[in-house]
Design a protein around this ligand. Sequence first.
Ligand SMILES: [Zn+2]
Ligand SMILES: [Zn+2]
Length: 102
Amino acid sequence: FGDKFKKPEGSWECDICLVQNKAEDTKCVACMSAKPGASAGTSSGASAESSSASTAPVFGLGDKFKKPEGAWDCDVCLVQNKAADVQCVACQTAKPGANVEP
Ligand SMILES: [Zn+2]
Ligand SMILES: [Zn+2]
């Protein structure tokens, strides 16, 4: 039971009209919209990188905003300073907790 409704291998469903298309179809047989994920346009001898586009760097955005190791925020002007800085590059306030005078 249910086997009858199983999709044939590689078949895909059109996002637009929900018609089911065969794997070898590169566009919908009903509305001619391109197969989702199919490398339409610039066919510059693209290698077979078909199977479910998964290499897109969607997540990991947060890394860009991660503080560099040892960086610190100025309490006064909130500028981020590097670990090597002993005082704020903007307002010259001493780094909090820094041993300015041993
Ligand atoms: Zn369609
Ligand atoms: Zn500052």
